[in-house]
Design a protein around this ligand. Structure first.
Ligand SMILES: CCCCCCCCCCCCCCCCCCCCCCCCCCCCCC(=O)SCCNC(=O)CCNC(=O)[C@H](O)C(C)(C)COP(=O)(O)OP(=O)(O)OC[C@H]1O[C@@H](n2cnc3c(N)ncnc32)[C@H](O)[C@@H]1OP(=O)(O)O
Ligand SMILES: NC(=O)C1=CN([C@@H]2O[C@H](COP(=O)(O)OP(=O)(O)OC[C@H]3O[C@@H](n4cnc5c(N)ncnc54)[C@H](OP(=O)(O)O)[C@@H]3O)[C@@H](O)[C@H]2O)C=CC1
Length: 502
């Protein structure tokens, strides 16, 4: 019997961000491995016209939860959605709900965050820093609390090259930042943001670093631990391979490549692609929850959940394997044939942007206009290239994360726990993982039917023929222009295609 699974039995667990990518997989694993847990409280806000209950039902009825529901048929009864908005001063939790949460909770997993790189600093601070502070305050009033696990990111100190499992101080105290966000207006915040974030690439990594400092400063008397995952990708094994439900990390760019929109990327082929499957992150997080509660380490331990130092994959290899998978499993209705180059040279990137991105988009929009339709490709390309520019920072550098605490924890697990809560990234076969990732994107994100693969392959053949035809026409036009100016070009032409009357 797994010690960790048994530990969560009978527990009341509070999860923030349970409707997000990581949160859903965390809940699923808890229900599947510890069906006798008492209750999972989730802090949820209504969204996109859906009530809390509708959101929960939608999540529980998704394919992700099929296995969990076999093991724990009464998941609906064990999940309690609590109305909350982490952007509000009092988190918008009602008095009654607050009392229940304070008196019953045993473990807190704080996953909620804004993960958008370009979020306004005020909003990013509210969610990634102030809300963390408020949750810690709540946690300090929970008499039954055994552990508070905060999910951060391995990139919270990405201004450093080598990152240890410690909290690095930020130049300006989080409290000062929180205070100033309350009275500064948006225009001033916009102006000072670059100065505040300094050598951090965006407001996300900056506020996640501030969030960690808050945990250190205000989690003093609590049993706290921090998990820092790198780039979280689709599931590796559990509950089934390739599950993913959002565009974050590599997923959006894999779609853009598979659909033929993205044909070149400024990336360093030999830079480490520190992607980590979401089920590995969840297994480590649950093991950390158990260890923190049972062993009560004296200080706040930080656990890096990364792949680079134990089983590195590189962006070049990843890109190559993604393209190879498209040969077998193409996406439907591609704009162009998937084929992309990684280049680390800015000039080459600009060249490919002009030739492979803007030119086809302009030509296609011209065609749409001619046929009386609304042009849309240049707009889409604009958005895509803006997104790519936001991600470029992370695909042109490598980082080294030490993983001493993570390895220490692995050594403390029984063989059964190492199997059930496997976070040993050395066992991951990248080629297999990437293939399943692409397949998962096709099935769960794009919702494409596997039966459509032959038609998708036919479509790619047609695109290839159009491509050859277009290039031939372009070459002939260029040569015709050259012939008008150069005797040599004329000679070559007449040598290859002699006139009939000769
Ligand atoms: C040796 C030689 C070898 C040679 C080999 C040759 C082969 C070469 C082959 C190359 C092939 C390449 C294949 C592809 C391979 C994969 C490459 C992957 C690169 C992946 C890079 C990932 C880097 C991630 C780094 C993360 C580090 C930090 C980790 C974390 O802790 S945070 C979690 C991650 N967070 C994110 O990913 C958030 C990202 N999103 C944002 O910040 C924002 O959404 C935004 C992208 C900045 C856009 O913001 P906007 O305000 O402009 O708009 P909005 O958010 O409303 O979205 C606009 C539309 O864009 C869509 N969209 C959103 N996110 C993405 C996305 N990530 N990718 C694509 N599209 C996205 C969104 O849906 C909107 O669309 P609409 O609804 O239609 O309008
Ligand atoms: N994805 C990744 O690559 C990485 C993620 N991380 C960290 O992992 C954690 C989870 O990330 P991930 O699951 O990918 O992110 P998602 O964007 O998928 O999920 C974010 C979650 O936070 C919730 N949330 C956001 N704003 C509020 C709010 N105002 N009130 C209540 N809830 C809110 C969202 O709820 P709603 O559904 O209502 O929007 C959602 O449940 C984060 O802390 C992130 O920093 C770390 C490294 C990499």
């Amino acid at each position: 019997m797994s010690t960790i699974a048994a530990f969560y039995g009978g527990k009341s667990i509070l999860i923030t961000g349970a409707t997000g990518f990581l949160g859903k997989v965390l809940m699923e694993k808890l229900f599947r491995t510890s069906p006798d847990l008492k209750v999972i409280y989730i802090l949820v806000r209504p969204k996109a016209g859906q009530t809390l209950q509708q959101r929960v039902v939608q999540i529980l009825n998704s394919k992700l939860f099929e296995k969990a529901k076999e093991v724990c048929p009464n998941v609906h009864e064990k999940i309690r959605a609590v109305y909350a908005d982490l952007n509000q001063n009092d988190l918008a939790i009602s008095k009654g709900d607050m009392q229940e949460l304070l008196s019953c909770t045993n473990i807190v997993f704080h996953c909620a965050a804004t993960v958008r790189f370009n979020d306004h600093l005020r909003h990013a601070v509210q969610l990634n820093v102030t809300a963390t502070q408020k949750l810690l305050l709540m946690a300090s009033q929970m008499p039954k609390l055994e552990a508070f696990i905060h999910i951060s990111t391995a990139f919270s100190n990405c201004n450093l090259k080598h990152i240890d499992e410690v909290i690095y101080p930020c130049p300006v105290e989080p409290k000062k930042i929180i205070d100033s966000m309350e009275w500064l207006d948006d225009a001033i915040i916009d102006e000072i943001t670059p100065k505040l974030i300094g050598d951090q690439p965006n407001t996300y990594t900056y506020t996640k670093a501030l969030g960690e400092m808050v945990v250190q400063q205000e989690g003093g008397n609590l049993n706290v631990a921090i998990v820092r995952p790198s780039i979280v990708g689709a599931t590796w094994q559990e509950p089934f391979p390739g599950w993913v439900d959002n565009l974050n990390g590599p997923s959006g760019l894999i779609i853009a490549t598979g659909k033929g929109f993205l044909r070149a990327l400024r990336a360093t082929p030999m830079a480490v692609a520190d992607v980590i499957p979401v089920d590995i992150v969840v297994n480590l997080t649950l093991a950390v929850g158990w260890y923190t509660a049972v062993q009560r380490p004296k200080s706040t331990l930080i656990y890096h959940c990364t792949s680079g130092n134990l089983n590195p994959c590189y962006w070049g290899k990843m890109g190559f394997q993604v393209l190879a998978t498209f040969e077998k499993i193409p996406f439907e209705r591609a704009f162009r044939r998937p084929n992309a180059d990684l280049t680390s040279n800015t000039f080459t990137t600009q060249y490919w942007n002009a030739v492979s991105h803007w030119a086809p988009a302009i030509i296609y929009d011209f065609y749409l206009r001619l046929t009386g339709r609304k042009p849309r490709m240049t707009k889409l390309m604009n958005r895509l290239l803006r997104t790519v520019s936001m991600l470029e920072y992370f695909i042109n550098r490598s980082w080294e994360w030490s993983t001493c605490n993570t390895e220490m924890l692995m050594s403390k697990l029984s063989p059964e726990d190492q199997r059930v809560f496997n976070f040993d990234v050395r066992q991951l076969n990248w080629l297999e993982y990437i293939e399943n990732y692409v397949l998962g994107i096709k099935k769960y994100l794009l919702k494409e039917d596997m039966a459509g693969i032959p038609e998708a392959k036919q479509h790619l053949k047609r695109l290839r023929n159009i491509h050859y035809l277009f290039n031939t026409a372009l070459f002939l036009i260029a040569w015709r222009l050259l012939m008008a100016r150069s005797q040599m070009a004329r000679n070559v032409w007449f040598f290859i295609c002699p006139p009939y009357n000769l």
